[in-house]
Design a binder for this molecule. Structure first.
Ligand SMILES: Nc1nc2c(c(=O)[nH]1)N[C@H]1C(S)=C(S)[C@@H](COP(=O)(O)OP(=O)(O)OC[C@H]3O[C@@H](n4cnc5c(=O)[nH]c(N)nc54)[C@H](O)[C@@H]3O)O[C@H]1N2
Ligand SMILES: Nc1nc2c(c(=O)[nH]1)N[C@H]1C(S)=C(S)[C@@H](COP(=O)(O)OP(=O)(O)OC[C@H]3O[C@@H](n4cnc5c(=O)[nH]c(N)nc54)[C@H](O)[C@@H]3O)O[C@H]1N2
Ligand code: SF4
Ligand SMILES: [Mo]
Length: 892
């Protein structure tokens, strides 16, 4: 027997960058485990990483190039792309073309894209979804440090005595870091965690202090902190004197915040402010970790600098357990920044606006047409598509029709653009339906290259599967088009190792410590060494002994005078009255958006896993009891949420975890899995003035009940058709699909069964039951078991969804089982799992509740009894919450 080959690679989801061991099994399946040797995760994986093996099927893959919906050869497709880009440039100039790429492509892909656009096409119109994600952190870093440098490493999270999470739901979005922190807290129980987030989250559940800050109250909070640190006498005057500039001005501004306005702007009590300020002042080993609650705001860059100001003032930077830590979202957000993939940067952390940098890069690339000025940032870029200025657009590894603000406008812009190329791994997305040319890309497990995680660690993504159909790597696609546009020599790469070598060489070109990003030690890496490359952190210059764990302990910033800058933040700019200028409704609330534990963005890959889809199967709206009452909404109703841009329908989850005046909805739902649930159709395109990052967390919306005539739930073996249903969400489950739906007008039985793709009434065994009005229940069986079951009602249906879902995959059927289908609940002798909490071990809320009722007193004892939380551990905070009796059973 041949021995199974284990391939070391890196998880394609979040910026933690966990090492993965992938093994192809004899039956063709792939076993995925955490890599115990990878220094980012030491063998741990979260639920998404652990389910990677379930997302590798080819059923939804794009396998061949297409031109206007018809299969085409690579040669024809690439030649057409080259022709259309060349002719647009000839006719309308270089700024008439654009690339819009992604923090999910590899560094090598990104490098080639950036080189082609900025060095050879003569425009800087290349931007990326990192604009939506990290741009405010980049801008804040550059203002303070003179370069986009992340000074910390993950060990600092474990070594800190105080960890402040600002606008980060780490437990769901970076779960392996959350696990590392939980483990560290076990061995260092004095370590404190503070969470600053307007809503209660899985991350605030385990924290020592949760500050439910008012939306965008962060600049006020950290300005108040700076003034407090000065008053408390903990300013590190030596560090401030030797390594920084502008302290006095920043402090003066911070001191303008008197207590009353701090209380007003932050929505926190004076007591809470004092408690946090005192803790921060007392604890020198402090890490402030921040994410989208900071970045995605009209004051995102100022929030970043408000945090950096406090760390610079105390000199808490560059040492073990200290520092400001911007955590990245995507697996290669950092790699994209390194190659300069943003419209306002150049390459290797050089700047477009810097003449010296421009001439260095021009010389290095032998570039015939180095972009003379910054390009358009994402939102501005799509505005230019809408106004017809962009004649040819290439989108790669991102789904802007769903993820950009005012997505309806974005989609219309795409539909009107004369030439759109989309490089994708799946056949159909809300973006790809507007492509003139669709190019099949190699996916995770097939592609080869490097990614950089949040702690500046570069790791290999290695292939362990062949590229299916005619899929090709992303970098190859750009290089082929470049060659067809006449740039053969500059894009003649033998493989990703050649691209990496060039990138590493550029990073050290005329550098000698002048720029932070230097991986010159790898400039001559051989193909063999690249194949074997172990994860390493940058900087890694070719000479000198550098410890890459930290930056800036001894200053050494990247402004010309080597000093960091304090940024004075004006009080008047951050008073709560400052709002977007949009229309107000009578019942306006603030819409906050973000992520759920087990889905990744637009669900194109996590949506393939039944396990991952079990945790949260519908697009929902979290709303406080007061707001729900005011809007006339009850638990499980459907809400219509409206902004000036559009309207969506979402399932109502009434919860006191949400503060009155604000609601929360996930960003994940698209037309591929739901109807009328694309949240970014509502989100307004307000931008941070420095970074151009959209303020996704704050849109004024109005909320009203959607008057559904019928509500229902169904499980079906075949993929249901959602089109035409007002509210519908369908996700995979074992053996088929589960669907929740509601409709505003009468839905007759045959129309419903058509949506469910049910067999004809004269085939299969049907049982049906009709109560008065709209209450209709039906199930159809064939020799293999249940084909379809649906239950409808004039009210939100009350039934055990997990029970019905479990029946689809059931092989042995008793009479009693069949009866239980129409009842919607298991028979008295069969316990129902309830909503799934632990995706890995398929453990439901009822099973955990029972274990607690029977005496389990801690997460470990629940785990022992039920197995929940024993694999990836992503559900442990939810179990903890149930243990503390706060759990509300939103679903049965
Ligand atoms: N499961 C999962 N994990 C992911 C992803 C995913 O899609 N799914 N995506 C990855 C990506 S690309 C990213 S960028 C990261 C994002 O990771 P996070 O930033 O942690 O996630 P979000 O849910 O976007 O937002 C974080 C929190 O910001 C809070 N917030 C909103 N407004 C404010 C405010 O004014 N102030 C403060 N202090 N907080 C506020 C929200 O309530 C929310 O809980 O996650 C990564 N990890
Ligand atoms: N309302 C709201 N909107 C948001 C946010 C928010 O918090 N709230 N967050 C924003 C943030 S931080 C982010 S990062 C974005 C994410 O938004 P997107 O980038 O639009 O979301 P994804 O679903 O990750 O899109 C990636 C696409 O690339 C495809 N793909 C996967 N692998 C590959 C590959 O190797 N090559 C190619 N060519 N394609 C591939 C996938 O199938 C998928 O269609 O959303 C932003 N939008
Ligand atoms: S924390 Fe989860 S999603 Fe993020 S890299 Fe690790 S396994 Fe992947
Ligand atoms: Mo992101």
């Amino acid at each position: 027997m041949q021995e199974a080959r284990v391939v070391k690679t890196t998880c394609p989801y979040c910026g933690v960058g966990c090492g993965v061991l992938a093994t192809q099994m004899e039956d063709g399946s792939v076993e995925v485990k955490g890599d115990p040797d990878h220094p980012s995760n030491f063998g741990k994986l979260c639920s998404k990483g652990a389910a990677l093996g379930e997302t590798l099927g080819l059923e939804t893959r794009l396998l061949f190039p297409q031109i206007r919906g018809k299969r085409a050869s690579w040669d024809d497709a690439l030649s057409l792309v080259a022709d259309r880009f060349s002719s647009a440039i000839r006719q309308y100039g270089p700024d008439s073309v654009a690339f819009y790429v992604s923090g999910q492509i590899l560094t090598e892909d990104y490098y080639v894209a950036n080189k082609l656009m900025k060095g050879f096409l003569g425009s800087a119109n290349i931007d990326t979804n990192s604009r939506l994600c990290m741009a405010s952190s980049v801008a804040g870093h550059k203002r303070a440090f003179g370069a986009d440098t992340v000074p910390c490493s993950y060990e600092d999270l474990e070594d800190a005595d105080l960890l402040v999470l600002v606008g980060s739901n780490l437990a769901w979005c970076h779960p392996v870091l959350q696990r590392r922190i939980e483990d560290a807290r076990k061995s260092r129980p004095h370590m404190k965690v503070v969470v600053i987030d307007p809503r209660e989250t899985a991350s605030s559940d385990g924290a020592d202090l949760h500050l439910a800050i008012a939306p965008d109250g962060d600049v006020a909070l950290f300005s108040g902190l700076l003034a407090y640190l000065s008053k408390a006498g903990v300013v590190n005057h030596e560090y401030v004197r030797d390594h920084t500039a502008g302290f006095v001005e920043a402090l003066n501004e911070a001191q303008r915040w008197e207590e009353a306005s701090l209380v007003e702007a932050t929505g926190l009590s004076a007591g809470q402010l004092h408690q946090f300020y005192d803790l921060f002042a007392r604890t020198s080993k402090t890490v402030t970790l921040y994410s989208q609650g900071v970045n995605q705001s009209v004051s995102g860059t100022d929030k970043v600098n408000a945090i950096l100001n406090c760390h610079l003032a105390t000199g808490r930077i560059g040492q073990n357990g200290m520092g400001p830590f911007s955590i990245t979202g995507q697996p290669n957000a950092m790699g994209g920044r390194e190659v300069g993939g943003l419209a306002n940067t150049l390459a290797a952390h050089m700047e477009l606006d810097n003449t010296e940098h421009r001439s260095l890069v021009k010389q290095f690339w032998k570039a015939p047409a180095l972009a003379p000025k910054q390009g358009m940032k994402a939102v501005e870029l799509f505005d230019a598509v809408a106004s017809g200025r962009i004649k040819a657009l290439w989108i790669m590894g991102t789904n802007p029709a769903d993820s950009l603000p005012n997505a309806g406008k974005v989609e219309a812009a795409l539909a009107s653009c004369p030439f759109v190329v989309v490089s994708e791994v799946v056949k159909q997305t809300d973006t790809s339906r507007h492509a003139h040319v669709l190019l099949p890309s190699a996916a995770w497990g097939e592609k080869s290259g490097t990614v950089t995680n949040s702690e500046r660690r570069i790791s290999r993504q290695r292939p362990f599967l062949p590229m299916p159909g005619e899929a090709k790597p992303d970098y190859w696609q750009f290089a082929q088009v470049a060659r067809r546009m006449g740039f053969r020599q500059a894009f003649d790469y033998g493989g990703p190792d050649a691209v990496f070598r060039e990138h590493a060489t550029l990073s050290s070109f005329a550098n000698a410590g002048a720029r932070d990003f230097d991986i010159g030690a790898y400039a001559d890496i051989t193909a063999e060494a690249y194949a074997e490359l172990s994860p390493f952190q940058w900087p890694a210059p070719s000479e000198g002994n550098v410890n890459p764990r930290h930056f800036f302990a001894e200053g050494g910033f990247y402004h010309a005078d080597k000093k960091a800058r304090f940024i004075p933040l004006k009080r008047k700019d951050h008073l709560p009255a400052r709002k977007s200028g949009q229309t107000k409704y009578a019942s306006t609330v603030r819409l906050n958006t973000g992520r759920i534990r087990d889905q990744w963005h637009t669900m194109s890959r996590t949506g393939l896993s039944a396990r991952l889809s079990a945790h949260s199967a519908e697009p929902f709206l979290e709303i406080s009891p007061q707001d729900a009452e005011d809007a006339g909404l009850q638990q499980a109703d459907i809400a219509q949420v409206t902004s000036p841009h559009g309207s969506v329908l979402l399932r109502v989850v009434v919860t006191s975890r949400q503060k009155t005046g604000a609601v929360f909805a996930p960003l994940h739902w698209t037309d591929q899995f739901a109807t009328n649930a694309r949240i970014d159709r509502l989100v307004t395109a307000d931008l941070d003035p420095f970074s151009g990052q959209p303020a996704y967390k704050h849109t004024d919306v109005s909320i009203s009940p959607f008057n559904a005539v019928v509500y229902g739930f169904a499980v079906t073996r075949n993929k249901p058709s959602l089109k035409g249903l007002d509210y519908a969400a369908a996700v995979r489950c074992d053996g088929g699909w589960r669907m929740d739906f509601a409709h505003g007008s009468y839905l007759d039985q045959s129309a419903l069964l058509k949506h469910l793709r049910a067999p004809q009434k004269n085939s299969g065994h049907w049982s049906e039951y009709r109560q008065s009005g709209d209450a209709y229940r039906a199930a159809c069986f064939d020799e293999d078991g249940l084909v379809v079951a649906c239950l409808t009602s004039a009210k939100p249906v009350s039934l055990s969804r997990s029970h019905l879902v479990s029946l689809l995959a059931k092989e042995e059927w008793s009479q009693q089982d069949r009866l239980s289908v129409l009842a919607g609940f298991p028979s008295a002798t069969q316990p129902s799992k309830g909503a799934i909490v632990c995706a890995c071990m398929n453990v439901g809320v009822n099973e955990i509740g029972k274990a607690i009722a029977e005496g389990a007193h801690c997460v470990d004892s629940v785990a022992e009894i039920t197995m929940a939380g024993t694999n990836c551990g992503s559900c442990r905070t939810e179990i903890e919450r149930m243990l503390h009796g706060q759990f509300q059973q939103a679903a049965q």
